[in-house]
Design a protein around this ligand. Structure first.
Ligand SMILES: [Zn+2]
Ligand SMILES: [Zn+2]
Length: 439
């Protein structure tokens, strides 16, 4: 008996040495990819080759091309797969995906991206897409899906094919019941659309831009910003964002005065969704992504890579590694700055086990531009801002101790940089590192 215990201890010790050895030997490498864009096969203007050229010029190592499924037939899908294969090598990946496209309208879209699925078409049909089998029409009463169960069916279909499901430009309408793996915390094309609407409404360009970013943040953070005061044309004093949206959407088709967070779509901010995972209501967390959703992919200065994701890979650049990292949350979304966040040595997406009530948060941020400074870093703990740092520097590295870890939760960071020459702001959003207190 004693010999057996000794033997088991010996094997355990060997395993620990072996596993630790791997952990030290495998360096994480940072790559960038943009996971949402369109070609001429749907409503984009460019080809895979055009996309690759822009992507490389913007420092990307991978793109995932996601034409609207309902606009594809078998021949088009096959040609996309072939073009992607031809554009991929050991230094660059072009991967075929597709967008399941339900309702449209600025606050009314139900769209889900499918990543890593070989065949979009349901059953034996050569062009029948998930949105055609399980429709998601416009919701005349407000935001969110009329048939949320159909969005769940899309996601189930994507999962049945081994793929990853991403809720696109969600406008705060992501439901836990959808079962998506990821959601876009930033979609460049959606923000640009909101800016366009705001300009039609009479906002001057800089205010329209701020409105677009504010609305995106609102979709991201939910109730935290629901009553943020925003200037509104024709009103002498700023009004709550909720009211601004209500008034603004009465002036544009479909003229329904949508409220974000309508009863049909309870406003689930990203933090609420993450807390649902912490509290055990959801089995898996929903990780955040930032994508360009470029449609002008044929233009030399197209939006490909204007929003993108940094992804930490252990075994180099392959489709499998990339998809695994997206699913595991080993990524951050960004329009500029880079970042690395670890808690007790655990990377974004992973879980740190804290038994002594104290966690070490290591953060490293870079504006990635010689003319941009980091103006604000918010560290979010369990849905609330825990600390705000204003480095006013190009790079910033720190390790902070939180001695108040009394319950399960998470940390994530939001970064704002300012280009002092152009006056433009750039953003980055880390995925969370979860914290668990062992029983
Ligand atoms: Zn879309
Ligand atoms: Zn799209």
């Amino acid at each position: 008996m004693k010999t057996r215990i000794l033997f088991i201890s010996f094997v355990t010790a060997l395993l620990i040495v072996f596993v630790t050895g791997i952990a030290i030997a495998k360096e994480l490498t940072l790559f960038y990819y943009d996971g949402h864009m369109h070609t001429v096969r749907s409503d984009g203007s460019g080809s895979v080759a055009d996309i690759k050229a822009t992507a490389i010029s913007r420092g990307l190592s991978a793109v995932i091309i996601t034409d609207h499924c309902y606009e594809l037939d078998r021949a088009e899908w096959d040609s996309l797969v072939a073009e992607c294969a031809a554009a991929s090598d050991s230094t660059f990946l072009a991967l075929p995906g597709f967008e399941v496209t339900g309702s449209d309208g600025i606050f009314n879209r139900t769209h889900v991206n499918a990543l890593g699925v070989d065949d979009p078409f349901v059953g034996d049909d050569d062009c029948l897409c998930p949105e055609e089998v399980w429709p998601s029409p416009l919701n005349p009463a407000g935001t969110g899906a009329v048939y949320p169960e159909n969005v769940t069916k899309w996601v189930d279909y994507i999962h049945s094919k081994g793929g990853i499901a991403v809720h696109n430009h969600p406008s705060g309408t992501t439901l836990l019941s959808y079962g998506v793996n990821n959601m876009e915390v930033y979609n460049q094309s959606h923000v640009d659309d909101v800016i366009g609407y705001a300009q039609q409404l009479g906002y001057p360009p800089n205010q329209a831009w701020a409105f677009g970013i504010t609305l995106n943040n609102f979709a991201l953070y939910g109730e935290r910003d629901a009553n943020m005061l925003v200037p509104f044309p024709g009103y002498p004093t700023p009004i709550p964002l909720r009211m601004a949206l209500y008034i603004a959407t009465q002036y544009f088709p479909p003229y329904i005065g949508q409220w974000l967070g309508a009863p049909q779509a309870p406003l689930n901010s990203w933090d609420n969704l993450l807390m649902a995972y912490v509290n055990g209501t959801a089995e898996t967390p929903i990780f955040g992504l930032a994508n360009s959703d470029a449609h002008n992919t044929g233009a030399v200065d197209s939006d490909v890579g204007v929003a993108k994701n940094g992804v930490y890979l252990k075994k180099g650049l392959t489709a499998k590694e990339l998809y695994n990292a997206i699913k595991a949350g080993h990524t951050f979304g960004t329009t500029g700055p880079s970042l690395a966040l670890k808690v007790n040595g655990e990377l974004m997406g992973d879980t740190a086990y804290v038994s002594d009530g104290s966690a070490d948060i290591s953060l490293s941020v870079n504006s990635e531009s010689p003319t941009a400074v980091l103006v604000k870093i918010d560290i979010i703990k369990n849905g609330s801002i825990w600390q705000t740092i204003s480095p006013f520097a190009i790079t910033y590295t720190t390790t902070l101790e939180d001695a108040g870890v009394t319950c399960d939760g998470y940390y994530r960071v939001e970064v704002t940089s300012l280009d002092v020459v152009s006056g433009s702001y750039y953003f980055a959003w880390s995925n969370p590192v979860f914290v668990r207190i062992p029983d």
